[in-house]
Design a protein around this ligand. Sequence first.
Ligand code: SF4
Length: 153
Amino acid sequence: MRRLQNRPHLLEVAYDATEKALQPFKKVLKPGGKMEKVFVKGEKLTKGMIFDCRMCGDCVLHSTGMTCPQTCPKTLRNGPCGGVRPNGHCEVKPEMMCVWVQAWGRSQKMPEYGKQILTIMTPVSKNLAGTSAWINDLNSDKVKKVPTGWSEE
Ligand code: SF4
């Protein structure tokens, strides 16, 4: 399933379709609501298999080349640190490719959302850890906590 990450355009189309499909259910899909447990299980399973999702609950995949920034050992959300090795690998885990090298490469294959990789992301909302990112996305105005000085991306 991880290989699907190398089909970022397919994934952005799937993201779009899912977002549109969920919109009509916005009123019943509430954080902490009855459906949340079902969504959490589904996301753990599907996003876990495809993206190695860490269930931060504050998903930005479509803005990061369909590459999960939480899998960066430093959990950097706005690009690589200064320690990327000349071969594109991580300074913390030399055996792994830098998440941001992958994110950039994949974003270049995403005609719809690829440019969003240039957007500065707000810090991850720690209060959302372990909750459903899809439900949070539908209710982002209510659940996302943005520190003073930041505006919602
Ligand atoms: S950004 Fe968060 S919700 Fe999205 S795949 Fe990564 S850990 Fe999971």
